[in-house]
Ligand binder design. Structure first.
Ligand code: GCB
Length: 647
């Protein structure tokens, strides 16, 4: 794919493809930012909440709960937004609830949003898991299929209908997973009344994290003028010390429009500008975007201000949107991953959006703590296992130089019926939405279309060929992978990926307790995969559960010592292979996280090197030592950051 040898023509083609790809969806999905022409009103806080516990979960629709205040339909409770609802109360039926839940909030909208017909008012839900329907003052404005990605709708005309009323927002969310959802799941009804209560059913899932549900990311109202900047796409490149920002601005709602694009450096100085809606901005003496620990000032971001002067039937408008832009390139050879034409080695983690009480709810203190821990341990990267993380997290990655493998929620595709067209079409839609949302993040260097699908099944070949080719067509500037744990010789998707990502747990799920098998089995794994595909490899998961505070010497499974030795034994092999074709290692997992209850999980998955409360286990110090050493060997650290350091 991204051959560094023929940059010119190739990059032009890439650029046009990404620009066209942006058009596959009707509209852009720019992150809402305040500017002189845009306001944002965050609706985080307490919402009214009611779970529909009727046997068919349909009472809310039968009685049209969206038509009146939710509290008039029956008992409601306070529910924080953003948060998963599961761990907020003491009610086990709400923790394990499956079906529709209803949220409602009344908002006072600023008068000028209503009186000014030239203002467009949009409701945006950062993410809600899984299926959502939104009403404003009893009128349906949108629905969305899938968690982890944003959706929005224009609501100005509804709010203006009766300006004396507060704006009542109702959101119904259903967490039921089917064979066509991502991730897939299935509902199993059990009718044996000698063993199970009447109406008993369970949600079967094929992935290893709790199916937290609710409104997980902030809900916002934001404004733009009625003629507005709808989308921006940037693709960056450089030659010698000149950076190039290829850009395209999409405008909606205008009959005539002119744009002024200004690129500013960190100090606010203009470094390039243009008055065309698409083109190339050249940056002399460019400050490239570098990963953390690869450069003394990682994460350098320019600001691209797009100023639109437009007119429509109603009036003239000015809209201003400022996009952070990191200038960098990404490419892959048969043995290397290159960022800015220099070899990059992923020494990082897999994470989850997961914490006590909040579940998968967006939480700034947690996010900042996690970034501090990542930097403390010398991690330069993570994979968004197993779904897209909040945009605010990717913005942090851009700013701190943390490299991201951006994974879609294609986890647990195990049932052969989930390879049918309905599933594939939804998977393609999700990739469209993901690329549309994340295409401009410098930190995102690769797309991952799935985690551990049953990629040995016959239909997997067509499915993954289509999916990977589609993703490459959407964005030819980034490599594409999926994460495999299948047998190298039977993996149907591997021929189509750019980078091989493998998960393996030697001495854990296989040969439990036999630490001595690790060197041999890991070596064999790498040789087999590289021998067959000649593509660079990332060890995308490895690790062992450790219950914090549990000790034994000689090491036994589930102790901190066992987790340490698993890591160290793997590291010995990684050190041999990284001289050849191994381009990264991502520990499973950064922190302990919640799962369904089961006989292999002690209140969740304990493979974290930090506890769920973000305290280090012994393994965290092993990784810290190693990652700083790797950074010193492979990066270009200034002397003051050399390990041991005092971050
Ligand atoms: C895996 C999965 C991950 C699990 C992990 C484990 O291979 O990708 O979702 O949590 O193993 O701990 O079993």
């Amino acid at each position: 794919m991204l051959s560094p040898e023929r940059p010119g023509l190739f990059r032009v083609l890439c650029l046009f493809a990404l620009f066209e790809a942006g058009c596959l969806l009707d509209t852009g999905m720019l992150f809402p930012r305040e500017s002189s022409s845009r306001e944002v009103k965050e609706l985080s806080g307490l919402w009214s909440f009611r779970a529909d516990k009727s046997p068919d979960r349909n009472l809310g629709f039968d009685k049209a709960w969206y038509k009146s205040r939710l509290r008039e339909t029956g008992p409601v409770i306070d529910m924080p937004v953003p948060a998963s609802y599961n761990d907020i109360t003491q009610d086990p039926t709400l923790r394990d609830f499956i079906g529709w839940v209803w949220y409602e909030r009344e908002v006072v909208v600023p008068a000028r949003w209503i009186t000014d017909e030239g203002t467009r008012v949009v409701i945006r839900v950062g993410s809600a898991h899984y299926y959502s329907i939104v009403w404003v003052n009893g009128v349906k404005v949108t629905e969305h299929n899938g968690g982890h990605l944003p959706f929005e709708a224009e609501v100005g005309s509804l709010i203006r209908k009766d300006p004396t009323q507060p704006c009542r927002i109702t959101i119904a969310v259903n967490n039921t997973l089917t064979l066509e959802t991502l991730p897939p799941g299935s509902i199993q009804h059990i009718d044996d009344i000698t063993k199970y209560p009447k109406g008993f059913f369970v949600q079967n899932i094929y992935f290893d994290f709790f199916n937290y549900a609710g409104i997980h990311r902030p809900v916002l109202l934001y404004t733009t003028p009625t003629a507005y900047v709808d989308d921006i796409t940037v693709v960056t490149d450089f030659l010698d010390n000149t950076g190039r920002v290829n850009y395209k601005v999409s405008v909606q709602g205008a009959t005539t429009a002119t744009v002024k694009v200004t690129l500013m450096d960190k100090d606010g100085h203009c470094v390039a500008s243009s008055t065309e809606p698409f083109g190339v901005l050249k940056v002399v003496d460019v400050n490239l975007w570098w990963p953390y620990l690869m450069h003394e000032s990682p994460g350098y971001l320019y600001s691209m201000e797009v100023r639109l002067m437009a007119a429509n039937e109603r009036s003239t408008h000015e809209d201003v949107y400022t996009l952070p832009v990191g200038i960098r390139t990404v490419s892959v050879t048969s043995t290397q991953f290159l960022i800015n034409k220099k070899p990059f080695y992923f020494h990082g983690v897999n994470k989850h959006e997961d914490s006590d009480i909040r579940g998968k709810g967006f939480d700034w203190p947690l996010i900042v703590k996690d970034f501090n821990l990542l930097k403390w341990m010398g991690a330069n990267s993570f994979r968004t296992s197993h779904y897209p993380y909040a945009e605010e997290i990717l913005q942090m990655c851009d700013r701190h130089g943390i490299v991201v493998i951006d994974e879609c929620p294609g986890v647990g595709i195990k049932d052969i019926r989930s390879f049918r067209n309905a599933s594939l079409n939804h998977h393609l839609d999700v990739m469209d939405e993901l690329v549309r949302r994340d295409k401009n993040h410098a930190s995102v260097v690769m797309w991952s279309v799935a985690n551990e699908p049953a990629s040995e099944m016959p239909p997997a070949e067509f499915y993954f060929k289509t999916l990977i080719q589609h993703t490459k067509a959407l964005d030819p500037t980034r490599p594409v992978t999926y994460v495999s744990n299948s047998h190298y010789a039977r993996d149907k998707g591997a021929p189509y990926v750019d980078v091989i990502c493998i998960n393996s747990y030697f001495s854990w799920y296989h040969d439990p307790g036999h630490l001595e098998v690790i060197p041999l089995q890991l070596n064999t794994q790498f040789e087999n995969w590289y021998g067959k595909y000649q593509k660079p490899i990332i060890q995308s998961e490895y690790g062992a559960d450790a219950v914090p505070g549990l000790h034994s010497d000689p090491p036994m499974m589930f102790t901190e010592e066992y987790q340490k030795v698993v890591l160290q034994s793997c590291h010995d092999v990684f050190d041999q292979k990284r001289k050849q074709y191994l381009i990264g290692e991502l520990i499973w997992n950064f922190a302990d996280f919640m799962t369904v209850q089961g006989i292999t999980r002690v209140v969740g998955n304990k493979k974290g090197v930090f506890t769920r409360q973000r305290q280090p286990k012994a393994a965290a110090f092993i990784l810290k030592e190693r990652y700083w050493r790797l950074a010193n060997e492979t990066g270009r650290l200034p002397p003051w950051t050399k390990y041991p350091c005092s971050l």
